[in-house]
Design a protein around this ligand. Sequence first.
Ligand code: AMP
Ligand code: MG
Length: 416
Amino acid sequence: MKNRIKNSCINEFDPSALDENTALTNILKNIKPVKGFEMVSIKKALGRITASNIKSKINLPSFKNSAMDGYAINIDNLKKNNYILYEKATTLAGMSSVSNLKNGETIRVMTGAIIPENCNAVIMKEMVEKSDSKIIFGKKIINNQNIRDIGEDVKKSSIVIEKGIKLNYIHLGLLSSLGISSIRVYKKPTISFFSTGNELVSVNKILKKGMIYDSNRYILHGLLSKLPIIIKDMGVVKDREDLIIKKLLQCSKISDVIITTGGVSVGDADYIKSALRKVGKIKFWKISIKPGRPLAYGKINKTDFFGLPGNPVSTAVTFQLFVEAAINKLINNFHNEKFIIKGVAGEKLTKKKGRTEYKRAIFNEDKGTFYVKSSGLQGSNILTSLAKANCYIRLSAKIDNVEKGDIVDIIPFNHN
Ligand code: AMP
Ligand code: MG
């Protein structure tokens, strides 16, 4: 006993807590990706996950066309004509004329206009001297210059977007450029969430002494709204085991995942774990990270359950580290690596060994080096420092204090 007390003063090691990677692996092993799919129009497909490889039915471009406003020529005819050609016609983008070039002729073409089959260069308008209906130009011409070739962007029958990709606005542009108006995406799973706590009131109510406004439901609403899922805000539940059980059962009937916040630690009013044990299974509930040590993961029938800690910063961090990864697997989004960069600590950072710490911080770049500093107070109730931050500094469980000038891991993010 003596030893344990002494230990807890010099480090934060808790033998019953899982390390971050083991916890994540454990969670991901349990998550089953959604199988069902549906056809949606491409406008509705933004942020959805492709459920099959998308192939193009056409070449892009589908016809040879000009990359410049200029003159279509055939280099092979030039020498005989002494680099002077007769301007036979003009083709604008959208016109369908495709007559071939004859000896001594050129066709004035605008960007995107069809060019003759036997044309093998376009000379920019700016490089040409015009005299009546003749053009005169320099001899430096490269084969196929300023010509967009058939299929140079996309070949007919090739895969343009693979299965398991989260569609962004560039994808929408690409799909429409291929004439694809609807695509097959995975169905949205349903995720419900609620806050627990006797002290919580909603934003439009009067704040009595000892009460606080519920901020976690808004953070979760924001985090979840970015994902292709159906979200159900199930409100606030008081710290009573019977009420929590009732709500959990209600949610499990309609949800693939349930997320709660608060009541998951060892306090006198913490009922999440006991409620979960009665209606489902707890897989684990402690992870050696800061903020966010108490995080319960379990199952209620087939529904995955995440009990996040009540402090708002812990809610956000544990969501980003564990719940987001789980949801990404659930929705079949497998291409979403987070990147980590190395930076120089701009100040001393205090820490005890035994837990991985995520410090809210601001990084910036100066002459090719990243520098990073804390964005404010680091208590897990302090949302202002998270609002100001553009990254976390991740400090491994193995290390203690970081000195100014030490190299640290930076995980950039934006809250948009
Ligand atoms: P708990 O995990 O329930 O022990 O809560 C830890 C701390 O987070 C306490 O100070 C709670 O008042 C606070 N807290 C819990 N839930 C919320 C919430 N939804 N919004 C803001 N703070 C909360
Ligand atoms: Mg509580």
